[in-house]
Design a protein around this ligand. Sequence first.
Ligand code: KG4
Ligand code: ZN
Length: 332
Amino acid sequence: MVVLGLETSCDETCAAVSDRHHNVLSSVVASSLPHHVPHGGVIPEIASRHHLESICFVVDEALKKSKKKPKDLEAIAVTQGPGLIGSLLVGISFARALGLGWRLPVVGVNHVRAHLYAAFIGQRGINFPFVGLVVSGGHTSLYRVHSLDHEELLGATRDDAAGEAFDKVAKILGLGYPGGPVVERWARQGRPQAFGFRCDCGPGFDFSFSGIKTAVLYQVQNLKKIYGRLSRATVADLCASFQEAVVSNLVAKAMRAAATSSSKILVVGGGVAFNNYLRERLQSAAALYKIKLCMAPKPYCLDNAAMVASLGSRLISAKGRKAALNLDTLGA
Ligand code: KG4
Ligand code: ZN
C-alpha cells in the first residue's frame, strides 16, 4: 500500500511516502529547532505556527522525491498523539483535508508506537511477541508487544524521560539545546567512571532520570564553588559519566525484560536510540545474552513521517482500520 505519512507532534514538520513493502520512497523533515534554541526548549506556539507555514511545502517535496502523484496514494497516515495539541492539530487537519480532497482513507497513528515500529521499516513481516523499548524526549517505556495494536506496559519513567534528562544536563552545563547530540559529543572525550553517577529505580522495569540530573547539578555547583569554573576536561567527564549511568540503566532493564521473554527479541526506537554509545552497548549485551536486537535505523530514530507511513500502512493492511474524517488528537 502506498501511504503518505504526516508527523507534526512536536517541532518537526515531516512528510514521507512508503510503498507496499514498507520501503521509504521519500522522507522530508523541516525543523523549527533554530527558533526554539534561544528559549532552551520547544515553545508550543512557535512550533504550531512553523507547522502551518511548512506543511504544504513539506508534503509537496515528499511527493516529488517519491516520484508519486496523489492518484498513486492509497491512504494517508497521520500522528494522532501524544504530542503538542496545537502542533498535532495542524497535521490532523491537513490529513483530513487531503483525505477528503483526494478521496483517501485517513488513519491515525500513535507516535510512541510509530517510534517502535520504525525498527521494521523496509521489512515485510514482524515476529510477535517482542519486548519494545521507546527512548525519546517525551517517553522512556518498556513494553511486551503482542500485536500491532496490543502491548502491555512493563515499566516507564516515573519522572523525566531519558532524552529530557540529556536536554536538562546539557542546559546545566551550558551546552545548548537539544542536549542529546551535544552531550554525546562531549562524552567521547570524557571518562565514564570519573563521577559515580547512578540511575536507580529499584528492581522492577520502571525508570527514573530526574535524580541523576540533580546529582549532576549538585556536582556542578560544588565544582564551581571550588574552582570558579569548569574545565573542558571536567565537562567531558561529567557528560561521559552521566551518559554511562543512563545507558547502563536502559541496557540492563531492556536486556532483563528481553531475556525473560518467550521470544528473546528486543526492539528499540526513539530519539535517544540515535546515540551511538547506547547502540554499541545494546549490541554487545544482545550478543552476550543471545537476544535478537532490532534497532530503528538512525535516520528513523528522531521524529520522522516514514515511521508513521509504515505503521499506518500495516494497520490498514491488518485491520482495514480507517479513521473517520472527524479524526481528532489523542491528547498530550
Ligand atoms: O524521538 P524524538 O525526536 O522526539 C520525541 O518524541 O521526544 O527525541 C528527541 C530526544 C531529545 O530529548 C534529544 O535530546 C534526544 O532525543 N536525542 C539524543 C541524541 N539525539 C537526540 N539523546 C542522546 N543521544 C543522542 N545522540
Ligand atoms: Zn518522537
